[in-house]
Design a protein. Sequence first.
Length: 219
Amino acid sequence: MADAAHRLAEVQANIAEAAQRAQRKTGDIRLIAVSKTHDADAIRPLIAAGQRDFGENRVQEAAAKWPELRAETPDVALHLIGQLQSNKAEEAVALFDAIHSVDRSSLVQALAKACTKAGRQPLMFVQVNVGDEEQKGGCGVADLPALLAEAKDAGLRIEGLMAIPPADVEPAPYFALLDELAERHDLPLRSMGMSGDYETAVMLGATHVRVGTALFGAR
């Protein structure tokens, strides 16, 4: 318990310091604790320490552990940060408060149908493949305007963009690109930055940072 509280306080302090250096308000940045692959017993100490936003990669894994945890702590917000298959759209809309990985036309249509059926709409981000990596999810930079237009026509509430920069390179230019794209399309939110680079992301406009290892410890 003490370890979780200490790690959380350290990450929060780093975010606050980066925000101050960028002349931003700390309250404008949400820390998402990436709880994928961690069981309920590993998550509870962070909840007890005050953390309320959590990120999961898979719908099935989240469905297995979060109903019980949310019954204990109803004000937790759950974010889907991994790739989403269109056939899981209905489950995702029912379970998550935010979906960070909208990245293709078929998913836009599946989510729109699921939102209409459920009568609720999670906060949504379009994931952009800022590094143009074949193996990575996300829509291409050139395809972004068309996907945003389609999402709007379908009735989806897209509020921001999300990106995962290429590994082992300086992430700052990729964060700056996502910030610029969000600005260009008049979107207020930017989901970017992980354990190794969240302070850089905060300085370049992140509103949501997705931190796993720095909060849960090494796997």
